[in-house]
Ligand binder design. Structure first.
Ligand SMILES: Nc1ncnc2c1ncn2[C@@H]1O[C@H](COP(=O)(O)OP(=O)(O)OP(=O)(O)O)[C@@H](O)[C@H]1O
Ligand SMILES: [Mg+2]
Length: 239
C-alpha cells in the first residue's frame, strides 16, 4: 500500500501538487488521470521517490519513505520499476544489455543476469529480440524492453508515466494487456498516469482525477465513467 498524507510540491511559486491525500491499495492497477499540467507526473515522481515533496509524508506500507537517507533511498528505489512515454533506453545498448542494466548496478553475477534476461525477454514476449539494436525495434517493442528492465529486480510497484502515449491504438492495447497480465502474474501494484480516459478504462481498477495540482475525485472505474461528479472528470469522460 502507498499512502500520501498532505503532499505538496511547488515550483517557483506554482503549486504543481497541492495537499494531496491518497491511498493506493496493494495489488491493484491504479490510474491517475488529468489534463496536461494537472500535476500527474510531479505526483508520480514524488510517489516513486525521484523527488521529495515540500510538505507532507509518503509511506510504503507502514514505512515512511520520503525522509530516507540517501543510501536507504537507493536500496528502496531498486524495489520500484518505472516506465515512461519516451522509453528512456540506452541507444548504445542492445535489448538484452538494456534489460541487464539495473542488475549490473546491483552487482548481480553475469550468470544470474543472463538467466534473468532470458526470463524477462520471454515474459514480455520478445525472446527473439535479445540482440536487437534499439533502432531495429518498434515503439511497442522498445516499451517491452523498458518493461522488462523495470521488472528486472522484482519490484513491488510499477509506475507508468504516459507509457502508451507515443504508441498507436493497437500497440497501446497490446502494451496495456501485457501490463495487466504481468500485474496478475507477478502480483505487483501498478500506478498508471495518463491523460487518456481510454487507457484508464481498459486497464485500471480504481482511478484518481487530478486538476490544478489537486485530486478532485477518486473512485472505481465504473463509478467515474457512469457518474462523474466534478467538471474535470466530466470533461475527461466526454472527451
Ligand atoms: N521541474 C519543474 N520545474 C518547474 N515547473 C515544473 C517542473 N515540473 C513540473 N512543473 C510544472 O508543474 C505543473 C505540473 O506539471 P506535471 O508535469 O506534473 O503535469 P502533468 O499532469 O504530468 O502534465 P502532462 O500531461 O502534460 O504530462 C506544470 O505547470 C509544470 O509546468
Ligand atoms: Mg506528465
Amino acid at each position: 500500500m502507498i499512502l500520501l498524507k498532505g503532499v505538496s510540491k511547488r515550483y517557483a511559486g506554482l503549486s504543481a501538487v497541492d495537499n494531496i491525500n491518497l491511498e493506493i491499495p496493494e495489488g491493484c492497477i491504479f490510474g491517475i488521470i488529468g489534463k496536461s499540467g494537472a500535476g500527474k507526473s510531479t505526483l508520480l515522481r514524488i510517489m516513486s521517490l525521484l523527488e521529495a515533496p515540500d510538505e507532507g509524508e509518503v509511506y510504503y506500507r507502514d514505512e515512511r519513505v520520503d525522509t530516507l537517507s540517501p543510501e536507504a533511498l537507493i536500496l528502496k528505489r531498486r524495489k520500484i520499476g518505472m516506465i515512461f512515454q519516451n522509453f528512456n533506453l540506452f541507444s548504445s545498448r542492445n535489448a538484452a544489455a538494456n534489460i541487464s542494466y539495473p542488475m549490473e548496478i546491483a552487482k548481480w553475477s553475469k550468470k544470474n543476469i543472463n538467466e534473468r534476461v532470458d526470463e524477462l525477454l520471454h515474459l514480455v514476449q520478445i525472446a527473439d529480440k535479445r540482440r536487437a539494436r534499439l533502432r531495429e525495434l518498434s515503439g511497442g517493442q522498445k516499451q517491452r524492453v523498458a518493461i522488462a528492465r523495470a521488472l528486472a529486480i522484482h519490484p513491488q510497484v510499477l509506475f507508468c508515466d504516459e507509457a502508451t502515449s507515443a504508441l498507436d491504438p493497437q500497440t497501446t492495447r497490446s502494451i496495456l494487456a501485457l501490463i495487466k497480465d504481468l500485474q496478475q502474474k507477478l502480483r505487483i501494484t501498478v500506478v498508471l498516469v495518463t491523460h487518456q480516459m481510454e487507457v484508464i478504462r481498459m486497464t485500471c481498477d480504481k482511478v484518481a482525477v487530478m486538476d490544478g495540482g489537486c485530486i478532485v475525485e477518486t473512485g472505481k472505474i465504473g463509478e467515474i465513467f457512469d457518474s462523474p461528479k466534478t467538471q474535470a472528470a466530466k470533461d475527461l469522460v466526454n472527451a
